[in-house]
Design a binder for this molecule. Structure first.
Ligand SMILES: Cc1cc2nc3c(=O)[nH]c(=O)nc-3n(C[C@H](O)[C@H](O)[C@H](O)COP(=O)(O)O)c2cc1C
Length: 151
């Protein structure tokens, strides 16, 4: 088994949205969401560049990347640190076919494969205050319901 556990795989596949951190040439951070974040295999994630020139430019200079995926209902998630490769040739064709099979029709400039070297859980401090997962979910379900139904 690789570094990605079943629960990590479940979380990424359910949420689909990852926040991708890269390093700018001046050393400052760059963070942008990618709704194409997916599991490639038990040690790699992928995401697609549809309109992310900053992320791609940074990765060309420095392949270091961190991805955070969080379930906003359970307030849990995972952080993945690793090294990115911008796919080319046969691997790029395979990745584009992978996205087509998932029904993702948007035009992709690049696909990035991330070899995960460190993976760790993210957990809200609310769990340290004695709340159970079902209590936390119930709280946020009410919150989102009220927000979305506001006129
Ligand atoms: C919910 C959400 C999902 C997004 N998914 C993607 C994506 O999968 N690929 C992409 O290239 N841009 C995606 N974007 C747009 C980029 O995050 C946005 O263009 C960003 O400014 C790119 O910044 P960068 O060039 O520094 O990476 C998404 C934006 C949002 C809000």
């Amino acid at each position: 088994m690789g570094i990605l556990t079943d629960d990590m795989r479940r979380m990424v596949e359910e949420q689909q949205l990852g926040f991708i951190a890269t390093v700018c040439t001046d050393g400052t951070p760059n963070l942008s969401p990618k709704g194409t974040t997916a599991i490639w295999d038990d040690e790699h994630l992928v995401f697609a560049d549809i309109c992310s020139p900053g992320t791609i430019a940074n990765l060309r200079q420095n392949p270091a990347v961190e991805i955070n995926v969080v379930d906003s209902l359970s307030r849990r998630g995972y952080r993945f640190k690793g090294t990115a490769t911008i796919l080319q040739g046969v691997q790029l064709e395979q990745a584009l076919a992978f996205y087509r099979k998932r029904g993702s029709a948007s035009e992709k400039q690049h696909v990035v494969l991330v070899k995960v070297e460190r993976a760790a859980p993210l957990i809200s401090p609310a769990y340290g205050q004695g709340q159970s997962e079902s209590q936390i979910k119930a709280h946020w379900r009410r919150y989102w319901h009220d927000l979305w139904n506001r006129s």
